[in-house]
Write a protein that binds this ligand. Sequence first.
Ligand SMILES: Cc1cc2nc3c(=O)[nH]c(=O)nc-3n(C[C@H](O)[C@H](O)[C@H](O)COP(=O)(O)OP(=O)(O)OC[C@H]3O[C@@H](n4cnc5c(N)ncnc54)[C@H](O)[C@@H]3O)c2cc1C
Length: 375
Amino acid sequence: MSVRNVLIVGGGFTGLTTAIALAQRGIQVTLVEKVSAWARVGHGLTIQGNALRVFAQIGVIDDVLAVGQAENGVRLTLANGALLSEMQTPRTGGDDLPATIGALRPDLHEILVAKAEALGVEIRLGLELTAFETHGDTATSTLSDGRVETWDLIVVAEGIKSQTRAKLGITEDRAPSGLGIWRAVTSRLPDMNGGIAFPMADDGGAYKVGYTPVSADQCYIFVLCRPRRVDNGLEGWQEVRRLMANFHGEYDYLRESIDADTFLNFQEIEWIFVEGPWHSGRVVALGEAVHAVPPLIAQGAAQCLEDAVLFAEYVASDGDLEEQLAAFYARRIPRIKGVVDASLQLAQWEQNPGTPDADPGRVMGEALAALVPAP
Ligand SMILES: Cc1cc2nc3c(=O)[nH]c(=O)nc-3n(C[C@H](O)[C@H](O)[C@H](O)COP(=O)(O)OP(=O)(O)OC[C@H]3O[C@@H](n4cnc5c(N)ncnc54)[C@H](O)[C@@H]3O)c2cc1C
């Protein structure tokens, strides 16, 4: 093994999981994160089985299942509450794991931080990578405190807005998906097990509304909509209520539970897929720095987590590092491309309701079924 110490840039799911997987293989890991304190509040996520499989591989599955709400299917309805179907979600992590869990991002994050710390990963908050150089078998980092250090490998896990990506010679950049999303964390009733509802006409601007339980009495709601906020003078919570106005049944309860104190945010959804090499010398980009998709099959984090563990396996094995990085990347590309193609197709259909031959259920089912075999 030629790699003894690694700098990881970014403390999201990619950076933390890579740190854990490398540390578990005896590699000394330092992680820098530009925020100066971890967020204590945040949104809900749907975590698919193949992400749970990674959590099992790194030894945190019991903690993850304890903070999440397991679901094996989702109820599809029209906005008026009429049932379209009860969709079973493929068990992408195998039969021993739930098909999905809903959980709050900070809860999952906290589990990963605790695991990384327990393994001796040095975490430095409030520091940014500002420059790097590669020199044969090493790479040098410059951090925002001016410190210059040398590593066997630097991992760029900076997310979709990565500033370092272009410095690696990567020419692809993030692009608009044509979609925006509101997310809110709110209360739910015990018999509300998750659903997605489709509008019956373009009467409010929502492409669809859905919710996922994240605990016994909480869920997160998402409203998929146009990428720009309408200039109507409404506060965020009032705008979400307006977008949900024509959604009924359990959505009446959810809409009424949103008020000025609800934790919510709006963002435009972007995507990126870097098909060329992800590394230059001893610096490599992983996770959303090189692949991010509209969250229409909820595979974003799962693909980042799969990167992390497979990457650690290659890096910690004997052999030429350049060849190992090339082999890792070649193995990841087809799997991620399947997720990217399906997610972009679904994003197109969301924006063009009534497209002849549109078949979201088939595309979603096939894309998830392809992920059942481990990467
Ligand atoms: C609206 C929305 C909904 C989603 N829903 C789901 C879902 O339900 N299920 C799912 O699986 N996925 C979902 N995703 C995707 C998922 O959130 C991402 O795939 C995942 O969080 C990406 O992790 P990451 O670590 O690669 O990047 P990030 O989470 O962006 O982390 C990058 C980190 O790097 C830090 N950083 C950046 N630059 C520097 C620097 N130079 N120096 C130091 N630190 C730096 C940042 O501060 C940040 O903490 C969703 C995404 C969006 C946008």
